[in-house]
Design a binder for this molecule. Structure first.
Ligand code: NAD
Ligand code: MG
Length: 389
């Protein structure tokens, strides 16, 4: 029986993880849940799964839910509460499904505590890749990727490190998002609702916007560098609108292995939850004859400048990816709030990176300082953008 803590259980990944867990009550017990804003969802999940602990953002939220969840469920608050459940002995598996930089400290706590760490929170790895991987090694954690592309690559890589010499390239596939074929002159006026209407995946709003700019694929490029220990020059990105081929690994002999499946996050979640075993995820069987066509194309650098920015950040290293991530989080939030046009997102990230003097962050505090500095530059760039453009 595995005890599972889900950081960010009220989100899209969290809900999918609970859906898989609910199919296997003999294998998994929910030890802890967390939610930031949708407390009604957290209450409902607590009643269904009866966790030992839940984490909410603050004392006011704790008071709000106290009488509405099972009496045996302890309520913890804030980042320290998240770190506590991530490191608790009653959880041997931690699902890191908080969106953005807020997930860094709790994900790191799980890594240090040597958990089976199922990572969806790609921003943590983008911000602090070197420190994160060092914490995984020092804590003896087992890092299992939930991001569908990285989970696919994990499945296609040979298990033994010795055999990895034959691996030439990794190929990340991406749908191209809702604006893959949109005329370039229309990008400036797209709305948050259009940007969040992803053609193949149902996800939270931040990652949906990232998919529309393709910054998501850029963040995933950086994520893949750390997860698999390869340089960005050995990672290709290919557009694949059907989202059936989730990513590929190319070998020296010309073999290319891919992982296929319907676009449903329950597949990578079930894979990682049970690894190295296989369990039912509830996902419909893949019907290739019905799908009929799988298409591939090179991404258009004019439409998707975020790809160039992310690749440059990956190549630069140090705290440049942390700056890219922080600027992007601020720009996406401004776009969702109606304070920045869609085309302003990549422009703001570019302005922050132009002004960035890179350093190697040797501590989590240094990463957080870089993150804060990039956010200040981004906020200023967002204001200027509104005036000038
Ligand atoms: P979401 O917005 O649906 O859920 C985010 C979760 O994080 C919620 O539980 C929310 O309460 C919590 N949260 C938000 N801000 C927080 C804060 N400041 N402190 C603590 N908790 C906070 O997002 P999602 O789509 O589930 O994505 C979660 C992560 O998984 C992201 O990093 C995303 O890039 C990654 N991911 C998602 C998908 C997907 O299909 N949704 C696929 C691959 C990777
Ligand atoms: Mg992905």
């Amino acid at each position: 029986m595995r005890g599972v803590a889900i950081l960010g259980s009220t989100g899209s990944i969290g809900a999918s993880a609970l859906a898989v867990i609910a199919r296997h009550p003999e294998r998994f017990r929910v030890f802890a849940l967390s939610g930031h804003s949708r407390l009604d969802v957290l209450i409902e999940q607590s009643r269904q799964f009866r966790p030992a602990a839940v984490v909410v953002p603050d004392a006011a939220a704790a008071q709000q839910i106290a009488a509405r969840i099972p009496a045996a469920t302890r309520v913890l608050v804030g980042t320290s509460g998240l770190e506590e459940i991530a490191a608790d002995d009653r959880a041997d598996t931690v699902v890191a499904a908080i969106v953005g930089a807020a997930g860094l400290l709790p994900s790191l706590a799980a890594a240090r505590a040597g958990k089976r760490l199922l990572l969806a929170n790609k921003e943590a790895l983008v911000m602090a890749g070197r420190l994160f991987m060092a914490a995984v090694a020092a804590g003896g954690a087992t890092l299992l990727p939930l991001d569908s592309e990285h989970n696919a690559i994990f499945q296609c890589l040979p298990e033994r490190a010795r055999e990895r010499a034959g691996v030439c390239r990794l190929v990340l596939s991406g749908s191209g998002g809702p604006f893959r074929t949109l005329a370039p002159e229309r990008f400036a006026t797209v709305t948050p609702e259009q940007a969040c209407a992803h053609p193949t995946w149902r996800m939270g709003r931040k990652i949906s916007v990232d998919s529309a700019t393709m910054m998501n694929k850029g963040l995933e490029l950086i994520e893949a560098c750390w997860l698999f220990g390869v340089g960005e020059e050995r990672i290709d990105i290919v557009i694949h609108p059907q989202s059936i081929v989730h990513s590929l690994v190319e070998y020296a002999d010309g073999s290319v292995l891919a992982q296929l499946g319907n676009p449903d996050m329950r597949t990578p979640i079930a894979h990682a939850l049970a690894w190295p075993e296989r369990i039912d995820s509830g996902v419909a069987r893949l019907n290739l004859a019905e799908i009929a066509r799988l298409e591939f194309a090179a991404p258009d650098p004019q439409r998707f400048p975020a790809l160039r920015l992310a690749r440059a950040a990956a190549a630069a290293g140090g705290d440049v990816p942390a700056a890219l991530n922080a600027a992007n989080e601020e720009a996406v939030a401004a776009f969702l709030a109606g304070a920045l046009p869609f085309t302003g997102i990549a422009a703001v990230v570019e302005r922050v990176l132009e002004r960035w003097s890179a350093a190697e962050p040797h501590s989590v505090e240094a990463v957080q300082a870089s993150d804060a500095r990039a956010r200040r530059l981004a906020v200023a760039a967002i204001r200027r953008y509104a005036v000038e453009d």
